[in-house]
Write a protein that binds this ligand. Structure first.
Ligand SMILES: NC(=O)c1ccc[n+]([C@@H]2O[C@H](COP(=O)([O-])OP(=O)(O)OC[C@H]3O[C@@H](n4cnc5c(N)ncnc54)[C@H](O)[C@@H]3O)[C@@H](O)[C@H]2O)c1
Length: 247
């Protein structure tokens, strides 16, 4: 893919699939802006790729507005927004505390919405734009032990559809990529057992193709959907899950 002269804001760009997208987008000639609360990792990816890093929390709407303002000040436009920042809490419904519930909703749902809203305001001014949100297989399917996460990804899916329809006539496309099991640091996040080869094998055995994804395999699809090559796609939720949801 050729992203020369394109500008992309990539949240969660310091790690996992967001990090892979920053690397691929930069290698294809684009100007990436990493948005992440992990300053050390974000600066590291920025140094590797030549991207700009903005450190902060996407659940803060003022910060999200500043991100878009800074991107426009530096590059004059925002062609693409990839919303990959997200967290997981591994708890069933009754075990989920108020704090956990609000934390997941604030980051996964409000963070995605605040970034979309800020970017769309700019995209309306410039007359074009493309957004890819990170949903999940757990946004359409239920799963035990991750109640707040499932609820948050379901909200991201339907937010994506609603915003796509809001802007279907504005030359702004809004889609979501819905990954299956991906080998990123999130796999070990908040887990009450260590990530052993046995655990990884157990996760892989739940996937029809028998393995977890490399983050780069998901980033490629997200960038394709974000690119001008996907000009007839809006409001789509694209599963990239090695057959998980085909059953
Ligand atoms: N790993 C999986 O199996 C999987 C599967 C389906 C969907 N997803 C989703 O894909 C997206 C990327 O996940 P990943 O696995 O690459 O995770 P990851 O943990 O590797 O990366 C997430 C990044 O988001 C950043 N982040 C978290 N909260 C933030 C906040 N409030 N403000 C700014 N940055 C914040 C983190 O610092 C981190 O760099 C997430 O939305 C996740 O829910 C992951």
């Amino acid at each position: 893919m050729d992203f020369s002269v394109k500008v992309a804001v990539i949240t969660g760009g310091a790690s996992g699939m967001g990090g892979a997208a920053v690397k691929q987008f930069s290698a294809a000639g684009g100007h990436a802006i990493i948005v992440d609360r992990n300053a050390d990792l974000a600066e590291q990816v920025a140094a590797e790729t030549g991207a700009m890093a903005m450190i902060g929390d996407v659940s803060d709407s003022l910060f999200c507005n500043q991100v878009i303002e800074s991107a426009v000040n530096k590059h004059g436009k925002v062609d693409i927004l990839l919303n990959a920042a997200g967290i997981i809490v591994r708890s069933n419904g009754v075990g989920t505390t108020d704090e956990q519930w609000h934390r997941v909703m604030n980051i996964n749902v409000s963070g995605t919405f605040f970034m979309c809203r800020a970017a769309i305001q700019q995209m309306l001014k410039q007359g074009h734009g493309s957004i890819v949100n990170f949903g999940s297989i757990w946004g359409d399917l239920g799963a035990a032990g991750v109640a707040a996460y499932c609820a948050s990804k379901g909200a991201v899916h339907n937010l994506t559809r609603a915003l796509a329809l809001d802007h279907a006539q504005d030359n702004i496309r809004i889609n979501a990529v819905c990954p299956g099991e991906v080998n990123t640091p999130m796999i070990q996040s908040e887990r009450n057992e260590p990530v052993t080869p046995e655990l990884m094998a157990r996760l892989a055995s739940t996937v029809p193709m028998g393995r977890l994804a490399d983050p780069a395999e998901i980033a490629k699809v997200a960038l394709f959907i974000a690119s001008d090559e996907a000009s007839y796609m809006t409001g789509s939720l694209v599963n990239v899950d090695a057959g998980f949801t085909a059953r």
